[in-house]
Design a protein around this ligand. Structure first.
Ligand SMILES: C[S@@+](CC[C@H](N)C(=O)[O-])C[C@H]1O[C@@H](n2cnc3c(N)ncnc32)[C@H](O)[C@@H]1O
Length: 275
């Protein structure tokens, strides 16, 4: 009995530590959730791009790495249906909290880092991640873990900010300066991603432009969305955040709407037969 109690206490302490270690906690997580709650339609084009490249099908099993608030999770789980399953791997419990409260039956949440991913199920059809791999410290180890959980021929589909792009410059310049947590990350280069794939059991990846169109009623709303999504320090206004993005990216304003072109890149590889 005492041994069981001690084990539970140790597990609680580990869970607490994992939570406080998460970059996406407190204000950073609350603001991220508020941005998507206030502007749920801003990313509709991102959902279409996800379908084009991940191509989830009913009955498949998919693992989503760094799902955050679950904006894509809900859509993927709906597509997989009752005979499919979506496993979410994200170390930040505050990020996934809203999703956990309304958890659809075919979604399971695991509070693990990609580098330490260890799930009982090892036959996933695909690994999907969007906007999270640049937060993963040991990418080689993470890609190994992804391969260990994917069946032969299974897909690796990673949409992220890649090194050397204008989006990476925007983050390294404006977001790193304005975000309450800073933005100490490492963006994959296409060369390094190709090397990692080759060393961890994936085919030579293809890279696709994934420029999403983020839509708003006007530029003021875009500024507010960016201030919340990237948790700007109190001294940064909506207007500052709008100007910050205009310095690097294309904003099409007029005719009753405002669109930000958000130029991400998607890596697609297959689980190779030999490793
Ligand atoms: C910018 S958010 C993206 C969330 C979601 N994919 C989206 O597009 O809205 C990055 C997410 O990656 C998660 N993350 C950070 N480090 C991670 C790691 N080592 N392994 C897996 N996920 C991680 C964070 O907790 C956060 O939820």
């Amino acid at each position: 009995m005492i041994a069981v109690f001690s084990l539970l206490s140790i597990l609680e302490i580990i869970a607490m530590y994992a939570d406080t270690d998460a970059e996406f906690s407190g204000e950073r997580s609350t603001n991220y959730q508020d941005a998507l709650r206030l502007y749920p339609d801003a990313w509709l084009h991102d959902l279409k791009l996800m379908h084009d490249l991940l191509q989830p099908r009913p009955g498949e099993s998919i693992v989503e790495v760094g799902a955050g608030t679950g904006y894509f999770s809900r859509e993927i789980a709906r597509t997989l249906g009752a005979n499919g399953r979506l496993d979410i791997v994200d170390p930040a419990s505050e990020q996934t909290q809203g999703l956990a409260e309304i958890l659809p039956r075919n979604i399971r949440i695991h509070h693990q880092a990609a580098e330490d991913m260890e799930l009982a199920f090892k036959g996933f059809d695909a690994v999907w991640s969007r906007g999270a791999i640049h937060h993963v410290r040991d990418k080689m180890r993470a890609f190994e873990r992804f391969a260990a959980h994917t069946k032969l021929g299974g897909r690796l589909v990673i949409t992220d900010i890649f090194a050397g792009t204008t989006l990476a410059r925007y983050f390294d310049s404006f977001i790193a300066r304005s975000c309450v947590t800073g933005h100490e990350v490492s963006f994959l280069s296409q060369d390094f991603a190709t090397t990692i794939c080759g060393l961890t059991g994936w085919s030579c990846p293809a890279f696709y432009d994934n420029t999403a169109r983020w839509r708003f009623a006007d530029s003021q709303h875009l500024g507010k969305f960016l201030r919340l999504l990237f948790s700007a320090k109190p001294e940064y206004s909506d207007e500052d955040c709008l100007e910050g993005v205009q310095d690097f990216l294309t904003v099409q304003d007029g005719g009753g709407s405002c669109t930000l072109l958000w130029p991400m890149t998607t890596l697609v590889a297959q689980r190779a037969a030999t490793h």
